[in-house]
Design a binder for this molecule. Structure first.
Ligand SMILES: Cc1cc2nc3c(=O)[nH]c(=O)nc-3n(C[C@H](O)[C@H](O)[C@H](O)COP(=O)(O)O)c2cc1C
Length: 217
């Protein structure tokens, strides 16, 4: 059994999930001849959508940019980053402003599945309304939070399948919004390149010491 090294005697055993997380790094160089099938892309996004969202809003959308034509439209409005055209696929991770009126529709399948009793639906909608109604900053924050969780799930799923990935903020948000037909209540939160790698990528960079980022309360 392998353990995560720490200074104490209570050792955390590693497992494939932890190894996947710890071995991920941002991929710059991709196998330019590699493609992912639409079914592989669907699988990645299906896994991504298993991530949690506030009130189960699922306020996200994923645009898989994978044809040469679409990549050529995206690259110039993404700081001309070569990975956009070199990676098998670049996802435009779209966050939608949180809209509490969608809660009943989002929860209907949960009730249908017998997970949640129907009488609880208004008990979720009411606090969602108090949180988000007429609160544009919070609506937008939630778009970013949800999209980020979904992105993270795709990143680690991709890693576990042997694909590299890089989240990217280096793009012109207004241009992406316009060029890819986003709605008024949507923002391009991130781009995420995914695909088989080629040689030359850096390993994961060292992190700040835990003492700098962790405090106990
Ligand atoms: C929100 C976000 C935006 C990023 N934007 C870019 C980008 O536009 N281009 C790029 O090459 N890397 C981008 N990165 C990758 C970071 O530079 C990288 O994750 C960081 O240097 C740590 O490297 P490591 O994860 O490989 O250890 C981004 C990462 C995050 C989380």
């Amino acid at each position: 059994m392998n353990y995560i090294s720490n200074t104490h005697h209570e050792l955390t055993p590693t497992n494939p999930v932890i190894e996947t997380i710890l071995s991920r790094s941002a991929a710059k160089y991709y196998d330019t001849s590699a493609t992912l099938s639409d079914d592989q892309i669907r699988d990645l996004v299906r896994i991504g959508t298993s991530a949690p969202t506030s009130f189960h809003l699922q306020n996200w959308r994923f645009i898989a940019v994978r044809t040469p034509e679409a990549k050529a439209r995206l690259r110039p409005i993404a700081w001309n980053q070569p990975a956009i055209t070199e990676a098998a696929v670049t996802f435009i991770i779209v966050g939608r402003f949180a809209d509490a009126s969608t809660v009943p529709a989002r929860l209907a399948p949960v009730v249908e599945a017998g997970i949640m009793p129907a009488h609880l639906v208004p008990e979720w909608e009411a606090p969602a309304r108090s949180l988000y109604d007429n609160q544009p900053q919070r609506q937008r924050d939630e778009a970013v939070r949800s999209a980020t969780f979904g992105t993270a799930a795709i990143i680690y799923a991709a890693r576990s399948l042997g694909f590299g990935s890089t989240p990217m903020i280096g793009f012109d948000a207004e241009a992406v919004h316009r060029e890819f037909g986003l709605a008024e209540d949507e923002i391009p939160v991130m781009l995420l390149t995914v695909g088989p790698e080629r040689a030359g990528n850096w390993p994961q960079k060292p992190r700040l010491p835990l003492a700098d980022v962790l405090s106990f309360a």
